[in-house]
Design a protein around this ligand. Structure first.
Ligand code: ATP
Length: 611
């Protein structure tokens, strides 16, 4: 974790401004004409208060000194005074309009940038909670910050101009008064910076906890966990967890608010005393006739402007420092190196997958000590139907994730057509593999989209979609939907139709079949399918991949037996047996044990059901 979040000092504060050039580059690229106009308006806004003070001074003095003279002496200062005020109003309205528009564009651009970055992250990035935290921090806390920095910089300019111009008016009268005016706001800002830093540190450290609270909230307000929450009566448990986490945040937040209020209260008292003393000096000078009425009003207004500007100025610097810390998170995320993304420029294109070979491959997940796969070697050729079997956690899904190119930090060699998978064009590899994972997605979109996402180019091609639907034996099911293929699926949106687990699986299969792949991987596509449907699907998938490669994972060994040209048996991450069903049965080892065990259980079940 960054050292700079633990303490506040000037060096760190200056360091936090490092991301400035990047912020301005980003702002510049959004809408530069607006950026320039807004800047000009801020500058005018900075000068206007002092100009208004001078106009007031001139108006009042001319009223006081022109008694008995022509009215034009008063009329011109009056017109200038009114014109200035109207001009100020128009400028501020225009400025707020431009800022609102600019802000919408900027936030949109920021959200897209974060999504674009998330798009290129690897699976292991998403499985890494640190990366996940970075993503959430960027999304939740940093997205508004570039705009905040921009408006702070502008108000800094505006405040500074206001400060200098009002100061000049007061300097003209009594220069030493300036020291009194600036002392307290200056000291109070340093204290406030410390509190601001503390707040940032708290936010940073609790981002995991915040995510947990969000997750509990999500579980309670989403249909994903609804059934279990109802049946197991988990509502109170989750709400308690949410409350516990939220209460700790609330406690911390209240503490900070207390600290902040107390500090500003104490400094405000000092400030009021000093302000009162200066006001006394001005009124006394006016009383003894040292200054005219217009000057008196001008000095009083300058005094309050300086105070306001000074506070605003220091407050802006403080806010800028805080925003810089958050912006650092944004760039931390946007500039985070994408580990697994291999250079596309010198990658080798492939037209088809002929062979997949593992040579002594071992792999462990980045966050785990133990290996998920150990010393795996095999070669699969075009036309082979391979089945992967093994107990839970034996490494079957991990193996297919490696074939799909999700992880590259394995030991040994993975070769596609004899070339290292690391060198193969990722896009080509993706295009040539049709896969359904165990945890396949149920998109809350239309049936067309749910299938068409398998090959976006074909999403409007009804003939190809129908072919894919037929391959997954889903024709009857889709045509029975109220709007056929254009029916909204799921329950999140209007007119959505919920499907059964097995029906969703057929949709996912159609999605995989829509790809013109050379290698079909079905990772337990059968979990929600009845044994007959599973047999049909496997049979169909193996028929479809006659001159291709297919890899099936299932716990129903009986169904795999008929369609597999070879069976791989995994145990504790090792490939312990590899051969045809007959060979493995004759070997009389683990596969035979699993097969016989399943048969015995099935027979037992059958006897129980018929009894
Ligand atoms: N994303 C992950 N991060 C860390 N460890 C993981 C991850 N996914 C799987 N593992 C671990 O890797 C090992 C192999 O898991 P894998 O999912 O490949 O097993 P499997 O054979 O497909 O199991 P199942 O039959 O239950 O689907 C297990 O010990 C599991 O805990």
């Amino acid at each position: 974790m960054d050292h700079e979040i633990y303490s506040f000092n000037l060096k760190d504060a200056i360091k936090s401004f490092k991301s400035f050039p990047k912020v301005f580059k980003l702002l510049w690229n959004v809408k530069r004409t607006y950026l320039i106009l807004i800047t000009i308006f801020y500058i005018i806004n900075g000068i206007l208060p002092a100009a208004s003070i001078l106009a007031t001074q001139s108006l009042l003095n001319s009223i006081q000194t022109s008694i008995g003279k022509e009215f034009t002496y008063v009329l011109y200062p009056l017109i200038i005074y009114l014109a200035l005020n109207s001009f100020g109003y128009i400028i501020s309205q225009l400025n707020s309009y431009l800022q609102n528009i600019y802000r919408i564009d900027l936030n949109y651009k920021m959200s897209v940038m974060i999504l674009e970055k998330a798009k290129i992250l690897s699976l292991s990035d998403f499985e890494n909670s640190e990366v996940y935290d970075k993503l959430r921090r960027a999304q939740n806390e940093a997205i508004e910050r570039p705009y905040a920095v921009f408006s702070i910089v502008l108000s800094l300019i505006s405040q500074f101009l206001g400060f200098i111009s009002s100061l000049a008016i007061l300097l003209y009268w009594k220069p030493w008064i300036i020291l009194l005016v600036v002392a307290i706001p200056f000291i109070s800002t340093i204290y406030m910076a410390k509190i601001g830093h503390l707040q940032y540190k708290i936010e940073y450290e609790r981002s995991q906890e915040r995510r947990k609270a969000w997750y509990l909230n999500y579980l309670m307000t989403n249909d994903i966990a609804f059934k279990e929450i109802k049946i197991y009566r988990l509502g109170d448990y989750f709400i308690e967890g949410y409350k516990k986490l939220s209460n700790s945040f609330i406690k911390q937040d209240k503490k900070i608010i207390k600290k902040r209020t107390l500090t500003s209260f104490i400094f405000e008292i000092f400030d009021q005393i000093i302000g009162g003393f200066i006001l006394y000096l001005i009124v006394q000078s006016a009383y003894i006739g040292e200054i005219l009425l217009g000057n008196t009003v001008a000095y009083i207004r300058s005094l309050s402007n300086i105070k306001g500007n000074m506070e605003g100025l220091l407050g802006s610097i403080l806010a800028m420092y805080q925003n810089n810390l958050y912006i650092k998170q944004l760039f931390d995320f946007l500039e985070m190196p994408v580990k697994e993304e291999l250079p596309m420029s010198d990658s080798i294109p492939i037209e088809e997958i002929n062979t997949i070979e593992f040579r002594d491959v071992s792999f462990k997940y980045p966050n785990r000590q133990e290996y998920a796969l150990r010393n795996i070697s095999f070669k699969i050729r075009k036309g082979e139907n391979i089945s992967l079997v093994g107990e839970n956690g034996s490494g079957k899904s991990t193996l297919v994730k490696l074939i799909s190119g999700f992880y590259y930090d394995y030991e040994g060699e993975i070769l596609i057509n004899g070339v290292s998978i690391k060198k193969i064009d990722k896009k080509d590899l993706g295009n040539k593999i049709g896969i359904i994972f165990q945890d396949f997605n149920r998109y809350e979109l239309t049936c067309r989209e749910n299938i068409g996402l398998g090959n976006i180019d074909l999403i409007d091609n009804d003939i190809k979609l129908q072919e894919a639907i037929d391959k997954a034996y889903a024709r009857g099911m889709v045509s029975n939907l109220p709007k056929g293929i254009d029916t909204q699926l799921g329950v999140w949106f209007d007119e959505g139709v919920q499907l059964s687990g097995g029906q969703w699986q057929r949709i996912a299969l159609s999605r995989a079949f829509l790809r013109n792949a050379d290698c079909y991987i079905l990772d337990e596509p059968s979990a929600s399918l009845d044994p007959i449907s599973e047999h049909e699907i496997f049979k169909r998938a193996s028929d479809l991949s006659k001159d291709k490669i297919s890899i099936f994972i299932s716990h129903r060994l009986y169904n795999l037996r008929k369609i597999s040209s070879k069976i791989m048996v995994l145990k504790d991450g090792r490939l312990i047996e590899y051969g045809t069903h007959e060979e493995l049965m004759n070997l009389n080892k683990h596969y035979r044990y699993l097969y016989d065990l399943q048969n015995t259980i099935d027979m037992h079940d059958e006897i129980k059901t018929t009894a």
